[in-house]
Design a protein around this ligand. Structure first.
Ligand SMILES: CC(C)(COP(=O)(O)OP(=O)(O)OC[C@H]1O[C@@H](n2cnc3c(N)ncnc32)[C@H](O)[C@@H]1OP(=O)(O)O)[C@@H](O)C(=O)NCCC(=O)NCCS
Length: 175
């Protein structure tokens, strides 16, 4: 569990499935994420949550982003590690009703700190669709540097997608 002033990041449980389906089911959330389908099928949230325990063993951690106030689900954030390289990729989504409140920045900042200070990783990076500059802002605000662009790197809903790569290495981490 990771706490920030306004948020608690914790493991998902089956009870979160209806909220995941409701929030991740918004087309605005699916559009700029690689792995969220649209329409969001019944049972998908339960299936996704059921993969988390095994994934955690491999260093693939997914946290529910919840409000410290009432533990309501706001979104999700993942840290996907490659232990051989002491590096991990951050990915996240925030439910549409909660956009623009700084929650992605607050969650990503806390996960970055966890990666460097608790997991002792060396490099953390993230990629966002070029058409989604809000995510680029989040990565800038947590101290990541723009490292490059990858043209047509991904395919989503049948369309080739340009992505931006952001990263930070331990030498640049000031806490
Ligand atoms: C991208 C996303 C995570 C941002 O979450 P959020 O909680 O609203 O983010 P924050 O409030 O912490 O910060 C957003 C920043 O982007 C800025 N922003 C918003 N829309 C923008 C736009 N169209 N262009 C540029 N910046 C934009 C905001 O002004 C804010 O920056 P500021 O603090 O300097 O003003 C959220 O919109 C989301 O989940 N989208 C769908 C899924 C997704 O894109 N996931 C990321 C995949 S890489």
């Amino acid at each position: 569990m990771i706490s920030t002033p306004r948020l608690v990041l914790r493991r998902f449980t089956r009870e979160d499935a209806p909220a995941v389906q409701r929030l991740a089911g918004a087309p605005e959330v699916a559009l700029n994420t690689l792995l969220i389908p649209h329409p969001y099928p019944d049972g998908e949230a339960e299936r996704w949550i059921s993969t988390h325990d095994e994934a955690f063993q491999r260093g693939d951690m997914t946290f529910a982003i919840t409000t410290a106030e009432d533990q309501g689900l706001v979104g999700a954030i993942g840290l996907h590690s490659k232990p051989d390289h002491d590096r991990a990729e951050i990915g996240y989504w925030i439910g549409l009703p909660f956009w623009g409140k700084g929650f992605a920045t607050e969650a990503a900042s806390a996960v970055l700190r966890h990666a460097f200070e608790t997991l002792s990783l060396h490099r953390i990076y993230a990629m966002h669709f070029t058409r989604n500059p809000a995510s680029g802002r989040v990565l800038q605000k947590i101290g990541m540097r723009h490292e490059g662009s990858l043209r047509h790197h991904l395919k989503k809903f049948g369309e080739y997608i340009d992505v931006e790569v952001y990263g930070i290495v331990r030498d640049d981490w000031s806490g």
